[in-house]
Design a protein around this ligand. Structure first.
Ligand code: LMR
Length: 335
């Protein structure tokens, strides 16, 4: 090829690149409800970093943490309207979207370890569940495995009967509602951003969350006791507005799929240590008494709560529940 042609081609390439770079950026609003110094908060910032670096600025990510843009229920509505493009709610928040299957993960004591949970969330059962979101205009991108849930309250809650009459804040999950009602408690759905004040003013007496949320929201300041119960699994579902995500230019979409993959790997690599660091910090404050349930106490609570597995077979799907039992080897009849 003549030198002249090379020069013309390189100039054209340069113009295309600068034109490509000068096009107005694709803006991704990423809203979430937790503090930045949590696994989800850090992962949202990591997602932003990778997306902006790898697309050379063609994508701009605006992260809105701690419910500053939208609270719990609002954020899911905003995503469906396209007012935000990416969220990472807990699977407990998918009930109002009408995707009841996600509440399978709320079944108490479904998993005994991260390994069991990862088999499901990072395996075929999880992938199938993500695909089910598309009918709601939502692109299910990934599961972010966070931690196990613990209970904070203003009195020790060791035995099932201790829960009688306790007003406990819960996420908007029918399964979680049922598991605490089965103990005689009085579950109240509240947005995550309202929990601290509700505990402080006595609107509710208790709540359940992983250590990282208990720590970063300072629930230990307004809760006398923290029961290490590991009674439920806490994970996030990274989702996007499906019309937006499917409408990304193919080259950008390929980059963003890699950003999702690498951010998920990052999240899953920091979550367990963050959870233990949060427990250590809560202990260091000395502001709440930490109660680790004995094996007998945990088994009694497990037996009392696990009844809801059967109760939700028709709503969640018996086959879906059985498929998770097959992956983990869990058998509620052998408790
Ligand atoms: C909650 O209790 O609402 C939190 O677990 C939410 C979250 O995103 O961690």
């Amino acid at each position: 090829m003549k030198i002249r042609h090379w020069i013309i081609s390189l100039a054209a390439l340069g113009c295309a690149a600068s034109a490509w770079a000068q096009q107005s950026p694709i803006v991704i609003k990423f809203s979430h409800v937790v503090a930045t110094d949590t696994p989800k908060g850090k992962a949202a910032e990591y997602f932003k970093k990778l997306a902006e670096e790898r697309t050379k600025g063609r994508v701009k990510v605006q992260v809105y943490a701690n419910s500053v843009l939208y609270k719990d229920k609002e954020e899911m509505e905003a995503l469906q309207l396209g007012a935000v493009q990416v969220l990472a709610p807990t699977f407990s928040k998918f009930g109002p979207l009408g995707v009841r299957e996600f509440e399978v993960f709320d079944l108490p004591y479904l998993f005994d370890s991260f390994e069991e949970a990862h088999k499901v969330t990072q395996g075929p059962v999880g992938k199938n569940l993500l695909n089910r979101l598309s009918v709601k205009g939502v692109a299910g991108l990934a599961f972010w495995d966070n931690a196990f849930k613990q209970i904070t309250a203003n009195k020790p809650l060791r035995k099932p009967e201790d829960f009688r009459g306790v007003k406990i804040r819960i996420q908007p999950s029918k399964v979680v509602d049922a598991q605490f009602r089965t103990l005689g408690a009085n579950p109240q759905v509240l947005a995550f951003s309202e929990v601290y004040q509700a505990l402080q003013t006595g609107v509710v007496d208790a709540q359940d969350n992983p250590f990282s949320n208990i720590d970063t929201q300072k629930f230990y300041e307004v809760q006398k006791y923290l029961m290490v119960s590991n009674h439920g699994y806490h994970a996030y579902v990274l989702i996007a507005n499906k019309k937006f995500w499917d409408g990304l230019p193919p080259d950008i979409r390929q980059i963003m799929d890699g950003v999702v993959r690498d951010t998920t790997q990052y999240f899953n690599s920091i979550a367990q240590k963050d959870d233990q660091d949060a427990l250590a910090h809560i202990k260091a404050t000395g502001k709440t008494q930490i109660i680790t349930l004995t094996k007998e106490e945990k088994n009694a609570l497990k037996k009392a709560m696990v009844k809801v597995h059967r109760d939700f077979e028709s709503q969640i799907g018996k086959e879906l529940i059985q498929s998770i039992y097959r992956e983990t080897g869990f058998d509620p009849d052998k408790l």
